[in-house]
Design a protein around this ligand. Structure first.
Ligand code: SF4
Ligand code: SF4
Length: 105
């Protein structure tokens, strides 16, 4: 589940430049986190959410309450996207698997 910007935001814009995925945008004058781009900073060089860490307010950036299965599927899709982004991943997987099958028969 992505982070979101709340009504506590004072529009300082510090979080815009620190987000490693460029998920934070200004739309109609309001700061907004694109949930499709927010990775919770997982997989980046950062160990904590950068928007929350640098926010001068207490609750300007907060993690949205998460649903277990929604989180599970989000992680699953992220890992799958990483794997399938390697263009020949499934070709190589199939070649390797079929070779093993041939050798075992
Ligand atoms: S760092 Fe906090 S206060 Fe500043 S724009 Fe981002 S959410 Fe708003
Ligand atoms: S948690 Fe990380 S990736 Fe998500 S909006 Fe904040 S800084 Fe960007």
């Amino acid at each position: 589940m992505a982070y979101k910007i709340t009504g506590q935001c004072i529009s300082c814009d510090l979080c815009l430049s620190v987000c490693p995925t460029g998920a934070i945008k200004i739309i109609d004058g309001n700061r907004w986190i694109d949930p499709e781009l927010c990775t919770n900073c997982v997989g980046s060089i950062h160990t904590v959410a950068q928007c929350k860490a640098g926010c001068p307010t207490c609750d300007g950036c907060v993690k949205q309450p998460s649903d277990y299965w929604e989180d599970w599927f989000a992680n699953y899709n992220r890992v799958l996207a990483k794997l399938t982004n390697k263009q020949d991943y499934w070709d190589r997987w199939f070649n390797c698997y079929s070779q093993k099958l041939i050798l075992s028969n």
